[in-house]
Design a protein. Structure first.
Length: 251
């Protein structure tokens, strides 16, 4: 049996190998869970990260024995579910071999076609200023985790303001996912009274165009139930070929 022990920090060499093994970039939602997660390691061989009762990242150097590693892990540190990307093939295949069930819970967008959207001359997308923060939080209460998150994104120069006729209609965010800054997660939220008017697509397309002009890769994701965001992202040229997956473990 592979022995896993709780450790204080992510084993960075192993994690770099895990991220390099993925055919697509990491998902920001999971990255946030990993950063605040509980880490277990079998030294030099593999590691796992938990958020509460969920396994949110798993890697083993011996991918052929991933099922055995996963079986050992759940006996030593019980968990009820797994959250992962559909392109994390080692974890997905090991879970299937164990008879665990998979449910798609989100859309992951890793491909984009360039599109030309119609916009009025009065629409603008500009980097946020400190005076924009209170209104940005008011607009995005169902999007941001907290006021602190809004301020953190602002301090990293990732908060953008979409305005029409001089009035804020929505926010856009840019959050680098990889250490190089070349892969950037983008997102948007619009004021409730301004939804279904095309502003969400204009905001996220504007962010993506800026990043692509700098040679960077925009990626994004949304919950499977958030069909409005999915439609806005698709209108902005994003294409979803992958999913966020929840793996449920039978009693």
């Amino acid at each position: 049996m592979n022995v896993y022990l709780q450790v204080q920090e992510l084993p960075q060499i192993l994690r770099n190998r895990y991220l390099e093994s993925l055919p697509e970039p990491q998902e920001w939602f999971l990255e946030e869970l990993v950063r605040a997660g509980e880490v277990w390691e079998t030294p030099g061989e593999g590691y796992a990260v938990f958020s509460g009762d969920a396994l949110v990242e798993f890697h083993t150097m011996d991918s052929d024995d991933a099922r055995l590693h996963l079986s050992s892990l759940i006996r030593q540190r019980p968990f009820r579910k797994v959250l992962c990307k559909s392109f994390d093939h080692v974890l997905i295949d090991a879970a299937k071999k164990l008879g665990w069930t998979l449910v798609e819970t989100g859309f992951l967008f890793r491909k984009r076609n360039r599109v030309a959207l119609n916009k009025t001359k009065s629409f603008q997308l500009v980097r946020a200023s400190s005076t924009d923060l209170p209104d940005a939080w008011t607009i995005g209460r169902d999007f941001y985790d907290s006021k602190d998150e809004v301020e953190q994104i602002f301090r990293s120069n990732g908060l953008w303001i979409g305005s029409n006729d001089g009035k804020m209609v929505g926010n856009g965010v840019m959050i680098p996912v990889d250490g190089s800054g070349n892969v950037v997660d983008v997102g948007m939220v619009t004021r409730r009274s301004q939804r279904n008017k095309g502003f969400a697509s204009l905001i996220v397309a504007g962010l993506a165009d800026m990043l692509e002009s700098e040679g960077k890769r925009p990626i994004c994701g949304c919950a499977e139930t958030n069909l409005a965001s999915k439609a806005a992202l698709e209108k902005a040229g994003f294409v979803s070929e992958h999913r966020l997956v929840q793996i449920n473990i039978p009693d």
